[in-house]
Unconditional design. Sequence first.
Length: 412
Amino acid sequence: MKKFSYLLMMMMAFIACNEPQEKNEIADNLKVKPKPAIVKEFGFVLNDYEVVRDTIKSGDSFGLILGTHGVDPNQIFEIVNKVRDTFNPRKIILGKPYVILKAKDSSQTPKIFIYENDLINYTVVDLRDSVSVYTAKKPVKITKRTVAGVINSSLTEAIQEEGLSYLIAHEMSNIYQWSIDFFRLQPGDRFKIVYNEKYINDTIYAGIENIEASVFYHQEKPYYAFNFMVDSVSGARDYYDEKARPLQSFFLKAPLDFFRISSRFSPNRFHPVQKRWKAHKGTDYAAAHGTPIKSTANGVVIASSYTAGNGNYVKIKHNDTYTTQYLHMSQRLVKQGQRVKQGDIIGKVGSTGLATGPHVCYRFWKNGVQVDPFRQNLPSAEPIEDKYIETYFTAIEPLKNELGQIEFKEPI
């Protein structure tokens, strides 16, 4: 009897101990579990796919990547033929990221291939049903910033001391290239800038959108610059000072962004290839092979060809007075008859023709005579049309006030 009572008590204790646990399990099962967050990227709901992220590696090709992920070789051939006009599979670049969206089933068939051209632009190859391809942009947020800096040695160092991108220094040198000699800055020169930065997903820095306004004090003289839309149809913008005068010249100072002058215009120079003294009617800009070459002004391409001496070259007529020519290109990117704008990429630096190393020989004609562009009093860019002058002064007033409220830092 005692043994039976003991067993009964043990059973009741076991039931008592487990009853709350069983109730909790039932309650947990009855609770509505939260759905996983919807993740959207590149215009797709990633939850619907198996997502593979990788980068282009040495030896990779578009076909090899698809084949690695289970696409049939015959199908790859058809896909490549369909997309080659819009997305050239041969031009994928080492190190660029890509994403493959695969079916969420046992087959895991690739449905979407996404190639990231840069931080903002990407190309989608849609493999579902009939193959299609298109380019798109990631959503970008523009954030306004202000900064003040002081020159101790160079503009680039001053920008970096403020923890900012060197791109700002590059933009500033472009804006003021005809107003300020940046090789002759003095300690104590200072600047203020109102500019816009681009961000992806609020956190990924994607570069400078533009500089809205700036003032650069060089030798105590203020040089203002305001960004203003001069053509509402094309959206063209340019920089003007506080009196609505253009800062940009009709010509860029150089056809390259990064260079060193290896040989100047000279009536008598020893030619490094022909080994004789002769006139050098151009300016040689040495730069890395493949560096983009820009048209220094608006115009029409009157020649895009090759000769034994010039190598690949492009010649541009800007108006009845001025013509320019760009020699020794590794690649020509414009055709005869094509209209180009100032800053358009017309070719790439090379060493074709009579050249000992990669450079562009920049030649300049005025009234049919080759001259040294550095010795010319070149015209300014087109002024603001009279009908926009009042709008301009209204637009720059708040920007000028904003610049005035930025405090200068004291020189070190």
